[in-house]
Structure formats: C-alpha cells, structure tokens
Write a protein that binds this ligand. Structure first.
Ligand code: SAM
Length: 301
C-alpha cells in the first residue's frame, strides 16, 4: 500500500509511472495526436485569453509576470518533466537551470532537447529526487526553485518544502503551481482516493499543509493566486461517459502496464470531478525566504 511504502519504493514507482506516461505521450504524438498535452510540458493546459500565449505556457507566463525583473537567475526546477519550464524561462531570462526528475525517460528527452536548442551549457537535467541533497547541484544556492505539479507526488510535502527552501539563497523564491485539495476534503472520499491512486499522489498537500510548510521553512507568501477559473472542465455528461468507458477498458486490460495508464487517465477524470465539486483548486503561490538576520528553516519533526 502506498502509505506503507519506503521513500525509495515510492520514488521508483513515480519514476516508472512517468517513464511509461512519457513513452505513451511520444507514441500518440507520433501517431499525430494534437490535443490534450504539449510536447514539452506535463502540466495542465490552461485557458489562454491571449493568442500569443499557448495553453501550456499560461502557467509560465503567470510565473514570469508575477516574479518581475529577475536577470540571469540560478534556478532549480523541482520536477522538471521534459524541461518545458526550463526552456521557457531560459529563452526569456538567460541564467543557469537545473531540472530534477525521477524519470530517466524524461531526463534523456529534456537533455536531447537542450542539446538541440544549443542550451545544454545552461540547462542541465538530472535524474534526482528533489528530496535528495542538492548542494552539488547549486553549491551557492538558487534564486528560484520552481515546482509545477510535482510536489503533489511528495510522500511528505511539508518536509519537501522545507528541504527545497534550504536550496534557496537568502531572499530566494519558491514558486509552486499545483492542484491543492480543500481542507474539508476527506481522505476517504472515493473520487479523491481514486485520483491519488491513479496519479501516484498519496499525500498531496491540502491548503493547511502548505501553510504549515511555509511557516516551518520561514518562507513568507508574497503571491497566492487561484488559477482554478483557467482550468478547462468538460461538461458533466461527457466526463461521466469517459469515466464509464475508462472503467470498461480497465477491466479488459487488468493490471498490465496499459491498465496502469488507464488508471492514470482515470485519476485525471476523478480530479476533474473534484474540481467540478469545488473541492480542488489550482493554486499558484510564490513564497520568499527571509534574508540574513532571520531564523533558519527548522527541521520538521
Ligand atoms: C506532472 S509532471 C510535471 C512536470 C513539469 N513540472 C511540467 O510542468 O511539465 C511531475 C514531475 O515531477 C517529477 N517528480 C515527482 N516526484 C519527484 C521527486 N521526488 N523528485 C524529483 N522529481 C519528482 C516527475 O518526475 C515529473 O517530472
């Protein structure tokens, strides 16, 4: 059971999950699939009201606009997927980037893309947990740690936030964009349980966990935006038709790799139900580490 897994077992499960999801994305992209996802990002496609901002870049655009002027930053992307966020930022800000992913398939694809774009010297990708020691990656600390839809996989989000805050230079910023369940959503809610299982998010942080994590890390929240209105949702009937068809496929495919992919799609459908029920929000939070003179982040017990 997910709750009883060791950290290493959980991470290798997330790595396998993204390795297979990445192969599936490559396959359907080669078969000419155009919608549903962007080739270099693995996060929610949001509604864009500006023609020049693609749905995959709405989150990036919000991030850069809100950060304000930040020249040539030292950045860690904690959960970098195929590197879409790193490439977006590097093209606009310059700087030095290190992307961390658990998936070797994602890392290899991101590194190939960095070489193809001629930015391999400034955009590096590692198969490394964001919970691991990062001092060799950013010896002098980072100006910005960004985590888009990645902390949701942490087995202990409070500990992960405190750990990532230690990779920041004084005055550095942690940016999180993620699905955040309402405090009132119970663990035993069937939609929530199916979402957590399908997407490998056993301990996804609710609002209160994030607030406790920022306090423990001595991070002060400078921006907290609810991006939920930008999350596209299907109408209820279409969603429920997909749920039924998904469960039929699951019975046919059983516990095979394809069955796990179908479970992952089911997790996404359950997440959509939770949005429709008003129990989930898509939050964008920027929190800044105190400058010298303030207390250092404490170790969570
Ligand atoms: C939904 S994808 C998002 C990828 C990317 N942020 C984006 O927006 O395209 C989640 C990412 O988090 C990564 N991830 C999950 N847990 C991680 C961990 N403990 N350490 C490093 N990466 C992790 C996965 O490998 C995957 O790349």
């Amino acid at each position: 059971m997910a709750g009883l897994m060791t950290g290493a077992a959980r991470e290798s499960r997330v790595a396998r999950y993204y390795d297979w999801l990445s192969r599936y994305h490559s396959l359907v992209a080669r078969l000419g699939h155009k919608g549903g996802f962007d080739p270099l990002t693995v996060h929610r496609l949001l509604r864009s009201d500006r023609a020049e901002v693609a749905p995959a870049d709405v989150a990036h655009d919000r991030l850069l606009t809100t950060l304000g002027p930040i020249a040539a930053p030292r950045v860690i992307d904690a959960g970098s997927g195929f590197g879409g966020t790193v490439f977006y930022m590097c093209a606009r800000l310059d700087g030095q980037y290190d992307g961390l992913t658990l998936s070797p398939v994602q890392q290899a694809r991101a590194a190939r893309e960095a070489a193809r774009r001629g930015v391999a010297g400034s955009c590096r990708f590692h198969v490394r947990s964001y919970d691991a020691d990062l001092t060799d990656v950013v010896p002098g600390g980072a100006d910005l740690v960004v985590a888009i839809e990645s902390l949701a996989h942490s087995a202990d989000p409070l500990r992960s936030v405190v750990h990532l805050s230690r990779a920041l230079r004084p005055g550095g910023t942690l940016a999180i964009i993620d699905d955040v369940p309402r405090d009132t959503l119970g663990d035993d809610d069937p939609d929530f349980a199916a979402f957590r299982g399908g997407w490998s998010c056993p301990a996804i942080a609710r609002d209160r966990t994030l607030a406790a994590a920022f306090a423990a890390a001595h991070l002060s929240v400078e921006h907290d935006e609810d991006l939920t209105p930008l999350v596209p949702l299907r109408d209820r009937a279409a969603l429920e038709r997909l749920v039924l068809s998904n469960r039929r496929w699951r019975r046919v495919l059983g516990g095979s790799v394809l069955g796990s992919l179908v479970d992952s799609l089911h997790g996404g459908l359950m997440l959509e139900r939770l949005y429709r029920r008003g129990l989930m929000r898509y939050r964008f939070v920027l929190a800044r580490l105190a400058r010298p003179g303030s207390m250092r982040p404490s170790t969570p017990s």
